[in-house]
Unconditional design. Structure first.
Length: 508
């Protein structure tokens, strides 16, 4: 059976191609997706596929100019060829003019499966992949263009890419609701496809919903129609599968209680023997390090953001790790770090961070009040849950609702509005229900209890006298995140008797 790695870059097409290929017993599609060309060599090295299928324009790149993108593809193919020779078969989808010299350069690097059309006949694709690579399949695409060849060769000289420290991004392919019949043609153009006269040929529209998709991929842009799953790993907690989830929690303005609730949530999930990472956004001022007495508990700690320029050391160094039981804290050290800019910690760095924290299935990103950040807006599209924290300030309710970013978040299907300092009466108030809908309420906790928790460097969750009450307010959020079997924290009799922690195993 031939193992195939898809590097198409579009979730909807990825699902179509996967379904078509796996309908034949000769093929097995690797259950991950390459989402950026920078990570393709690393994914090839990790999964050792027999076949790689890439798309010319859909797979994101850091480059905008066509020549730079072509050079990037050629360097990537050259790198794979030099390392693996002909062990890996490279398939290339594209839509180029006839006589494009770039295709000749690919062919010269032994890429003998090039589908240069806006619709891919999957019957032809499967038949061709079942056969050995043949030059006759691409001979019509070869041309002589000495000027282009000379330019390419001069640029490629001594420029084979080094990818030792890149990390792959992994996506869930379940978001696109496309169910083509076997033998469909896959349409890659932005025009509406037309049915062919051939029998049993069905043209599949590439987008079910009517949306306009950019065909030019700008730097660090994540498509809006993707659903991200940072890793395919499933953690099994005492036999209960826990899938990877990314949660964004934030408020429309400072001091609404976002970090307070995020800390409680992280602690409560950790107490259920589920690994959880609390991630303080790089774009907000440091707070959590001092809140949990970092100088006593993690004196030499520095955040991975501090090492973001040192890719070979980023988060792998010991000083980047602050772990307490099942809780991993990714926060900024206020003595060395302030709020970072998006240039310093771009979207790609955040995605790499999520991947490197994949040992914890639950990842909570505290965005503070920085929802307007470009990176945060892109991460909103990837998140599994959004928790939007508000307080009962009626003067701000209409202002929040009329803000286009906040309005979009509130109306998002994955959003839960969390009311901090809310009572049941406030929750049921007509104005609150009109603007926010259903609200998950947190009351005003005793000031003495809150101060004592801060003084001891812990949370209210650690105070046994009120833990049960805290859990009753957290449970509606936890029920959205964890499987039902883990929604209520219970200490088993066997665990109490043996005084042993329950282990967490990972299935790949």
């Amino acid at each position: 059976m031939k193992r195939i790695l898809l590097a198409i870059g579009r979730d909807d097409f990825n699902k179509i191609v996967k379904q078509q290929l796996e309908s034949h017993q000769d093929f097995s599609v690797i259950d991950t997706m390459v989402y950026h060309i920078n990570f393709l060599p690393q994914m090839v090295e990790e999964f050792k596929p027999d076949i790689v299928i890439g798309h010319d324009s859909f797979l994101p790149s850091e480059h905008f100019e066509s020549l730079e993108r072509e050079l990037e593809w050629l360097k990537t193919v050259e790198f794979i060829r030099r390392k693996y020779d002909d062990e890996i078969r490279f398939v290339f989808f594209c839509e180029r003019e006839k006589g494009d010299p770039f295709l000749s350069e690919l062919i010269s690097r032994n890429v003998l499966d090039i589908f240069n059309e806006n619709g891919i006949d999957t019957v032809q694709l499967i038949d061709q992949l079942n056969d050995r690579p043949r030059y006759s399949n691409v001979s019509r695409l070869t041309i002589e263009n000495s000027d282009y060849k000379q330019l390419i060769n001069s640029r490629l000289k001594d420029e084979i890419p080094q990818h030792e420290h890149e990390e792959p991004e992994i996506l869930d392919r379940s978001s696109a609701e496309v169910t083509p019949e076997i033998g469909d043609e896959i349409n890659f153009s932005d025009d509406k496809p037309e049915k062919k006269e051939k029998p049993k040929k069905v043209v599949v529209q590439k987008i079910v919903k009517k949306e306009v998709i950019q065909k030019v991929v700008n730097k660090n842009v994540i498509k809006r129609d993707i659903k991200v799953n940072i890793t395919p790993e499933v953690e099994k907690i005492i036999g209960v599968p826990v899938t990877q989830k990314l949660i964004l929690i934030g408020s429309p303005y400072p001091r609404a209680g976002t970090s307070f609730i995020a800390h409680l949530l992280a602690k409560a999930i950790g107490q259920r023997n589920v690994g959880v990472s609390y991630i303080e956004s790089p774009y907000i001022s440091p707070y959590t390090y001092d809140r949990f007495l970092g100088m006593d508990n993690a004196r030499n700690y520095k955040s991975p953001y501090h090492h973001s320029d040192e890719e070979n050391e980023w988060i792998t160094t010991k000083e980047c790790r602050w772990i307490e039981g099942n809780n991993h804290w990714v926060v900024k050290h206020p003595s060395y770090e302030k709020a970072y800019s998006e240039d310093k910690v771009p979207l790609e760095a955040m995605i790499r961070l999520f991947y490197l924290l994949r040992s914890t299935p639950i990842q909570i990103l505290d965005v503070g009040s920085k929802w307007q950040s470009h990176v945060i807006q892109e991460l909103v599209k990837m998140a599994d849950h959004l928790f939007f924290v508000v307080d009962p300030d009626l003067c701000r309710v209409e202002e929040i609702y009329e803000n286009p970013i906040f309005h979009q978040i509130i109306k998002n299907d994955i959003t839960t509005v969390v009311g901090n300092h809310f009572t049941r009466n406030i929750e049921r108030n007509e104005a609150i229900q009109e603007y926010y809908g259903e609200v998950c309420s947190f009351p005003t906790f005793d000031s003495d209890d809150c101060f004592e928790a801060q003084y001891k460097g812990n949370t209210l969750f650690e105070q046994r006298s009120i833990r049960k009450s805290i859990e009753s307010y957290l449970n509606p959020l936890i029920e959205r995140i964890l499987p039902g079997e883990l929604n209520h924290h219970k200490k088993g009799l066997l665990k109490s008797f043996l005084n042993k922690s329950i282990s967490v195993t990972t299935n790949y």
